[in-house]
Design a protein around this ligand. Sequence first.
Ligand SMILES: Nc1ncnc2c1ncn2[C@@H]1O[C@H](COP(=O)(O)OP(=O)(O)OP(=O)(O)O)[C@@H](O)[C@H]1O
Ligand SMILES: [Mg+2]
Length: 244
Amino acid sequence: MIPSESVRTIERLSSGIKELDVLIDGGYPKSRSVLITGGPGVGKTIIALQFINDACANGLKCIYLATEETPEELKIQAAQLGLSISEYEKNGLLTFEPVLAERMDDVTWQRGKNTGTSLFKKPLNSIKSSDADIVVLDNIGSYTLDTTIGTFREQMDYLVNTIRERKMTGLIISDEALNERYNNVAQYSVHGAIHMFKRESPFTGNVERLMNVVKMRGTNTPLSYVRYSINQNGINVQNQKESK
Ligand SMILES: Nc1ncnc2c1ncn2[C@@H]1O[C@H](COP(=O)(O)OP(=O)(O)OP(=O)(O)O)[C@@H](O)[C@H]1O
Ligand SMILES: [Mg+2]
């Protein structure tokens, strides 16, 4: 069967990293969510900042929901990378929303009653009341506290569906603060998933940074690990491939 035009050509948004775009058929699939997982310092926040910087440069509206870092810290990080984030915030294309306090509310809610409405209540409220094209949620690791894996899956599906219904493109970040099983489950809910990690090179003995495009529906994904580095310009993806 020949797929219809709309099925064949899912629109893409540049990741803000040209070499990564090449590897994932042009960028992140539009109006879908991609999950970025990885341990501390692998570059999850930087990959998100590069994405929204490129999107704002193209006139798209973004919201950045931050649970760990304050907007000030994020702006300093972006400025160090030479990104024009503050300028986009001033002209209204970019909004940072700290959701730290709300996260604590959610934890209280989970302890109180573990059924019913929403684990991601406050981020969902922000998403539902926003007319942004792009939402970054950095990060969901802490939301899994005290939640069963079944509830977490349900709530992830709800979050991802809400982002899609709003016709937003979502970048959902998850650290490794909690059980790996939660990240594995989260990878099923989303359209695409990229895992970022460090490992000692079997050839040189040096520690190297690698990305694993775990999945990207409708995309010809690289079957090998993608090597990257971080410098004052942010994340640089190299095209040398490593076997998995
Ligand atoms: N100018 C630079 N040169 C080299 N590496 C840098 C530079 N700036 C940042 N880094 C690297 O990027 C890392 C921070 O990246 P980032 O904040 O995106 O990580 P993260 O995955 O979001 O971490 P966390 O889980 O703590 O939030 C630093 O730990 C450092 O290794
Ligand atoms: Mg971070």
